[in-house]
Ligand binder design. Sequence first.
Ligand code: PNS
Length: 178
Amino acid sequence: MPADLDPGVLAEEQKGWERVQRVVCPGSFDPVTNGHLDIIARAAGVYDEVVVAVLINVTKKSLFTVDERVDMLQQVTGQYANLSIDRFHGLLVDFCAANGISAVVKGLRAVSDFEYEMQMAQMNYRMAKVETMFMVANPDYSFLSSSLVKEIARYGGDVSGLVPDRVLGALRERLAEE
Ligand code: PNS
């Protein structure tokens, strides 16, 4: 029986892992919302170390540069001693392997998130035995996404309370330039 089907046996990939529970919260964070922050903060409460990793995606048009997104994340997560911000390109599982990360933490807002998230989780496990831990979103933020925030802000809607105040300022400035 393959090791990954036998609950009592570690797969080859898992044997070399440190038993520090270092996890990654990956995403585009364009920009970080209070929904992201809720998941990030709760992950920092559960795991030893949390790495928030911003995807460098040259094919996707973004409102903020990767540097700006990393900077905003740093500004709003400074209070968590066991949390760091990083960036990555390419496969998430390669970032995990390079950083001794055994699991991905993802927020699930609604059933509609589940299908794609499950597919990615299964693929990441298939590729590199990287686990995915799903955290159920706080209902206060289950309707929230960076895309909606940008759209509402772009047309003059009020997004205060949906993003951290520092992000709110950056959003207003950036959209005023458009
Ligand atoms: O905030 P997003 O854009 O929904 O985050 C999606 C992200 C970055 C988590 C996902 O696209 C990802 O992991 N991309 C890295 C490329 C990769 O590993 N692709 C294969 C996934 S099985």
